[in-house]
Design a binder for this molecule. Structure first.
Ligand code: NAP
Length: 570
């Protein structure tokens, strides 16, 4: 059975809950969960008649255009209900037995498809368990009821220490039609145990990790046969941390196409929640008809470089080695680019020339056997060619060309190496001249006489006579150290007139797309390459490494520009 998409609706009033349920159907959801714990106070009404709150809930269920779950979540499991327990159980009994009575001109009551009740409360009292069992359909039920019981357990602080025991005890309850296990993931690795729980399920099971590290469990539920995943109707409308929106789930991650054989890719780094990589790579997989999905894979930086490396190695290692995850590659970004090369050396993976020479890489390709075992892995640096290619296109080649690179960090090192490898004469200008010298020294050996690399202090750039300029600093970046500045004094260089009529400038910064450098260069008639072009080209090479096919660059470019445009106007 395909994994269902369920929209949780925190019920405040009948009109908005019903409107949200209709909107959930229009958005493509399969069912909704009405969370009634903020509405239901425990007021049971007069004997023999329903309270106003109960009548509201019955009407919301009756008007729902989709199958629904009703949940009155207890406060000690993350909900809002801290009222009387017998009143909550009575509500469930009433809902399970609903049927027949008219609620309005075109509305007759009917029971919800599921009621969700916490295992901790169910296990606490035989009396409560019996009453809940009487309200739902199960093998021992003598009445004709149609509502199934979702028996659930939640931990908002982390993976419960007694997880295995809880799951075994929940599996001992025959009245539970569906089991639900949800806990906050503290690392990506916390998703893996949930995948294993799904793989060994004895009945329909929901296994979800909450929070930023838990997205994989939500998106990959169909790969492991999860019963459902929750998706918010709109950003910020979720009922638990980390729920994607329905649109993200269906359009970005193409949830309906994920199955047991779908390969998994992602962007490893910190922070990655707002990365544009999932946007371009999922679209590229789609265009290629490639059965794969691409996710943010957050691995935080630690206090020291070595601790960051150890976290990266342990987490990525477990993801790669998981027998059913099919992790087949990833993009690697700040702060783990150097760690990827270190891990490649430790594991004996192949490295391309740039990664090996520069000690930093941004792509991992994992080849698997038909049985899913790791056959081989290789590490690539696609940033370098993504910068060198468009410059070469504009200049008609790089051999003998003079290129000024500003910055001496990781991106600069790879780009300088690639430019020089293709025969360019590169001048590295950096704020800290020592670092520019160090860069030139580091890559001199691997360059083996190809091209030329000259280190210079940044303030000498006004005298430059280069044909192309590359910004490899975060100057001009939104939220960076100098968002309003250009790292290259375009007007001064243009005035000196030593660089020909139309130099080429590439800004690696892509947010905003039109940086102060790009704007100044355009104003002086220079040919500009913005950071989006570089970003798309590095993604295109990554996608080629994984799928063997070239992704449509124009489509990827349009997607990123549109997304940055939206973000820019926020
Ligand atoms: P990094 O290793 O931190 O290096 C940053 C460099 O910028 C250093 O040389 C640093 O100089 C210099 N710098 C920082 N602040 C400066 C300032 N206020 N004035 C002058 N120089 C300054 O960073 P990275 O990994 O190389 O990344 C550099 C840029 O490339 C980032 O903006 C990143 O977003 C971009 N990038 C873009 C793409 C793409 O696809 N478009 C891909 C990769 C990287 P010091 O040595 O003196 O500290």
């Amino acid at each position: 059975m395909p994994t269902l998409v369920c929209v949780p609706i925190m019920v405040q009033d009948e009109m908005s809950a019903s409107a949200d349920a209709r909107a959930a159907k229009d958005a493509g959801a399969d069912l909704v969960e009405f969370r009634v714990d903020e509405l239901f106070s425990g007021n049971e009404g007069e004997p023999g008649s329903d309270s106003a709150e109960t009548r509201t809930i019955l009407r919301i269920v009756a008007a729902c255009p989709l199958p629904c779950i009703v949940t009155c979540r207890a406060a000690d499991e993350g909900g809002a209900y801290d009222g009387d327990e017998p009143a909550r159980v009575s509500l469930y009994e009433r809902l399970g037995a609903a049927g027949g009575r008219r609620l309005g001109p075109d509305l007759s009551e009917h029971p919800p498809t599921y009621l969700d009740f916490e295992w901790s409360h169910y296990a606490r009292s035989e009396n409560i368990a019996q009453k809940i069992n009487l309200a739902v359909d199960h093998p021992g039920q003598v009445r004709r009821l149609s509502t199934g019981l979702i028996l659930s357990t939640h931990d908002f602080s982390g993976r419960p220490a007694d997880l295995s025991r809880r799951v075994l005890r929940m599996r001992d309850e025959p009245a539970a039609k569906v089991l639900k296990i949800a806990y906050r993931a503290r690392t990506l690795r916390d998703n893996l145990e949930l995948f294993d729980l799904l793989a060994e399920r004895d009945r329909p099971t929901i296994a979800l990790a909450m929070g930023e590290f838990g997205l994989a469990s939500r998106v990959l539920a169909p790969k492991f046969g999860g019963f459902l995943t929750f998706a918010a109707l709109r950003a910020g409308a979720g009922t638990a941390p980390g729920q994607p929106t329905v649109r993200e789930l269906l359009d970005l991650y193409r949830f309906r196409r994920i199955g047991p054989r779908t390969r998994v890719y992602g962007v490893v780094g910190w922070p990655v929640a707002h990365s544009k990589s999932p946007l371009v790579h999922n679209a590229a997989f789609d265009a290629a008809g490639f059965d794969a999905v691409y996710l943010p894979l957050p691995i935080p930086a630690a206090e020291s470089d070595n601790d960051s490396y150890l976290a990266f190695k342990a987490t990525l290692g477990e993801l790669i080695d998981h027998p059913n995850l099919d992790l087949s590659g990833c993009s690697v970004t700040i702060p783990h680019k150097e760690s990827l090369v270190r891990l490649a050396h430790e594991r004996g993976w192949a490295l391309d020339e740039v990664s090996d020479a520069c000690g930093a890489a941004n792509t991992l390709v994992v080849e698997r056997t038909a049985e899913g075992a790791v056959a081989s892995a290789r590490v690539l640096n696609t940033d370098a060619a993504a910068a060198a290619d468009p410059i070469a296109d504009r200049l008609g080649g790089l051999d003998g060309m003079r290129v000024a690179v500003v910055g001496a960090g990781g991106a600069a090192r790879a780009i300088v190496f690639e430019l020089a490898r293709r025969g360019a004469r590169v001048v590295v200008y950096n704020r800290s001249p020592d670092r520019a010298r160090e860069l030139a020294d580091t890559i001199a050996g691997p360059l083996a006489g190809r091209g030329q690399v000259v280190p210079m202090a940044l303030d000498a750039i006004a005298d430059s006579c280069c044909e192309a300029f590359v910004n490899c600093t975060p100057v001009g970046m939104r939220g960076g150290p100098a968002p309003d500045q250009s790292p290259i004094p375009v007007a001064e260089i243009a005035r000196a007139g030593r660089c020909g009529s139309s130099p080429v400038v590439l800004d690696t910064v892509y947010n905003p797309v039109r940086t102060p450098l790009v704007i100044a260069a355009e104003a002086h008639g220079w040919r500009t390459i913005d950071g989006v072009e570089m970003f798309v080209r590095q993604a295109e090479r990554q996608s080629h490494g994984w799928t063997g096919r070239w992704a449509p660059r124009g489509m990827m470019d349009t997607l990123v520009r549109a997304a940055l445009g939206e973000a820019g106007s926020a």
